[in-house]
Design a protein around this ligand. Structure first.
Ligand code: SF4
Length: 382
C-alpha cells in the first residue's frame, strides 16, 4: 500500500480520574474545563498545521485522549468545522471518537453523531466487576454493555477495547470473557496486553511486589487464546492488537501503520508531515494549560519539529508496518532508506518461521513471529 492517505489526530487531554496503568498524556482537573478556550486553541493550531501541509485531502479524523467523550458535542463539531475549513475532506471520511462507557458519556452519543462522528471506540477494558475495579475504571459491566448497544445503534461503525494478561487472569477465564465480548462485538475489537509502564500507579505496586502479571508462559497462552477465538469468530488480527471483520479496519490507525502523513493537534499530539518535500516529526507541548497559552501566543504549541533522516524514516516504517498482518512493501523501504533489507537476515528469520514473503514485494511477520515482534524488527533493522 503506497497511498496511506492523510489523517488528523486531535488530543483531548482530560480524564475524570487517572487509571493506575495509564501512561497517556491525560490529566485530571478539579475545576471545570473551559472548552471554549480549548476549541479556540484547536482552531488556531489546525490552521497552523494546514499552513505547513496545505492541499491535503483528509481521509480520517481521530479524537483521542485522555477522554474525548468528556468534550461537549459542540466542541467536537467546532473542531470538525475547523478541519473542513483548513483542508479538503474526503466525502467518505472516517471520524472516530474514543469514549468511556459510563452512562453519563453515553448520553452525549447522539450529539457526537449529529456533529459528524461516524465511528466510536469504547474503552470497555474488562467484562468482570473485580477487574474493572482493579483497573480503576469508573463504569460497571452492565453500563459498558449498554454503552456498546447504544453505540452500535447510533454510529455506523463501532469498536471496543479490552485489556488482557491482567493479574491472576487464566487462559480459561480469558477465553470465556472474550467469547462474551464477541457476542456483543461490533465490527472491530482492540485487544491489548497489560503492560506495566514507568510512572504509573501499577508500576509502583509492581516494584513493591504487590502486583503480579502473568508469567511468560501464561502470557503466551493468553495470546494464543486471543488469536484462536477471534479468528474463529471472523475477526482475525489485522494488526498485532487489533481485530476486525474484513473492511472494518480502523482507517485512521492504518495511516500510522502504513506510514502515511498525519497532523496532530492538541496537547502532546504527534504528527508526521511532509513539508517542502521533507518528512518532519512534530510534537506539541504536553501540559494542557501551557499548550493553550502557547497557541494563544504563537498560533501553535509545537515543541518538536525535526526533519527525519532517511534511516530514521526507514526504522519508523519497519516498526509501524511490521505490526500489520499485510506486512510491508519492500520497494517502499528501499525508496525511504536508499538501501535494501539484508537478504541474509530475511532468510534466517524465514528459516526460523518468524517472517514470510508475500509475492515478490512484500514481507510480513508470521503468527509465530508476532509474540516476539520487537526482536524480529530489531533483527531486520540491524
Ligand atoms: S481513561 Fe484512558 S486516558 Fe484517561 S486515565 Fe484512563 S486509560 Fe488513561
Amino acid at each position: 500500500m503506497t497511498e496511506p492517505g492523510f489523517g488528523v489526530y486531535v488530543h483531548w487531554p482530560f480524564c475524570a480520574a487517572k487509571c493506575p496503568y495509564c501512561d497517556f498524556n491525560s490529566h485530571v482537573r478539579r475545576a471545570e474545563i473551559d472548552q471554549d478556550r480549548y476549541l479556540a486553541a484547536f482552531r488556531r493550531e489546525i490552521a497552523h498545521m494546514a499552513a505547513l501541509a496545505p492541499g491535503r485531502t483528509v481521509g480520517s479524523i481521530f479524537f483521542g485522549g485522555g477522554t474525548p467523550s468528556l468534550m461537549k458535542p459542540e466542541t467536537v463539531g467546532g473542531v470538525l468545522d475547523a478541519i473542513n475549513e483548513a483542508w479538503a475532506v474526503d466525502p467518505g471520511v472516517e471520524v472516530t471518537l474514543e469514549a468511556n462507557p459510563t452512562s453519563v458519556e453515553a448520553e452525549r452519543f447522539r450529539g457526537y453523531r449529529a456533529a459528524g462522528v461516524n465511528r466510536v471506540s469504547l474503552g470497555v477494558q474488562a467484562l468482570n466487576a473485580a477487574d474493572l475495579a482493579a483497573l480503576g475504571r469508573l463504569h460497571t459491566v452492565d453500563e459498558a454493555l449498554e454503552a456498546v448497544r447504544l453505540a452500535v445503534s447510533i454510529f455506523p461503525r463501532a469498536s471496543f477495547d479490552l485489556i488482557y494478561a491482567r493479574p491472576n487472569q487464566t487462559p480459561e477465564a480469558w477465553r470465556a470473557e472474550l467469547a462474551g465480548a464477541l457476542a456483543h462485538a461490533p465490527e472491530h475489537l482492540s485487544l491489548y496486553q497489560l503492560t506495566i509502564e514507568e510512572g504509573t500507579a501499577f508500576h509502583a505496586l509492581y516494584a513493591a511486589g504487590k502486583l503480579k502479571t502473568p508469567d511468560e508462559e501464561t502470557s503466551r497462552a493468553l495470546w494464543d487464546v486471543t488469536q484462536e477465538v477471534t479468528e474463529r469468530a471472523g475477526m482475525p488480527a489485522y494488526e498485532i492488537s487489533n481485530h476486525a471483520r474484513a473492511g472494518a479496519e480502523s482507517r485512521h490507525n492504518l495511516v500510522y501503520w502504513r506510514y502515511g502523513e498525519y497532523a496532530g493537534v492538541g496537547p502532546g499530539a504527534h504528527g508526521r508531515l511532509v513539508v517542502d518535500g521533507v518528512r518532519r516529526e512534530l510534537a506539541t507541548e504536553r501540559n494542557p494549560e501551557l499548550w493553550a497559552a502557547a497557541v494563544e501566543a504563537d498560533g501553535h504549541g509545537v515543541v518538536v519539529d525535526e526533519a527525519l533522516s532517511a534511516e530514521a524514516q526507514a526504522d519508523e516504517f519497519l516498526v509501524m508496518g511490521l505490526r500489520l498482518a499485510e506486512g510491508i512493501d519492500l520497494a517502499r523501504f528501499h525508496r525511504l532508506s536508499g538501501r535494501r533489507l539484508d537478504a541474509r537476515r530475511i532468510d534466517d528469520l524465514m528459516m526460523d518461521g518468524m517472517v514470510e514473503r508475500v509475492g515478490r514485494d512484500r514481507l510480513r511477520v508470521t503468527r509465530a513471529g508476532f509474540p516476539v515482534l520487537d526482536a524480529v524488527v530489531a533483527d531486520l533493522a540491524g
